[in-house]
Design a protein around this ligand. Structure first.
Ligand SMILES: [Zn+2]
Length: 156
């Protein structure tokens, strides 16, 4: 594994924290994704400051750094079906979610997943909201009351 900057280790620690009610598992190989339903956090990186137009929103400038997207896979095929899709990089892929637009420019490093249904994606977003990460307004949270489901952390 490549060396992670200190602040990213803090995020890993946050998610792997034993006192945290639910254990999240790091997966960087789509073949290892479980077919069960669950919630997940995508870890993406953006190499350079980039202007991205997300769906119907006005264009927005994204700083270089780490991005985290909190989502859930409640449909049939579970995490495997939902997350395999995020690993597809072909441009013909249909864009359904805000994250699809971000992924055109960002690199997917892997994801944390849990199949424990005691944790909702909004509760997980709340954990990020309390961390040193910065919430990126109204992305990925069109269907709930969270300020955002996308969080940013600068490169160390
Ligand atoms: Zn939410």
């Amino acid at each position: 594994m490549t060396t992670m900057p200190t602040n990213i280790i803090d995020i890993f620690d946050l998610l792997a924290d034993k006192s945290f009610a639910v254990q999240l598992r790091w997966i960087d190989d789509p073949l290892k994704l479980p077919a069960s339903k669950g919630v997940y956090v995508l870890h993406l990186t953006l190499e350079h400051k980039t202007t991205i137009t997300v769906g119907a929103m006005s264009e927005q400038t994204f700083e270089a750094g780490h991005y985290f997207y909190v989502g859930s896979a409640k449909g049939s095929g579970g995490l495997l079906a939902r997350l395999s899709r995020h690993w597809r990089t072909d441009k013909a892929k249909k864009r359904h979610w805000h994250i699809d637009y971000l992924q055109d420019e960002m690199r997917l490093k892997g994801c944390w997943v849990t199949t424990d249904d005691h944790l909702s994606e909004c509760e997980l977003a709340e954990v990020f909201g309390k961390s040193e990460c910065q919430a990126i307004g109204h992305l990925g949270s069109s269907d709930c009351d969270c300020p955002s489901h996308v969080f940013y952390l600068p490169f160390a």
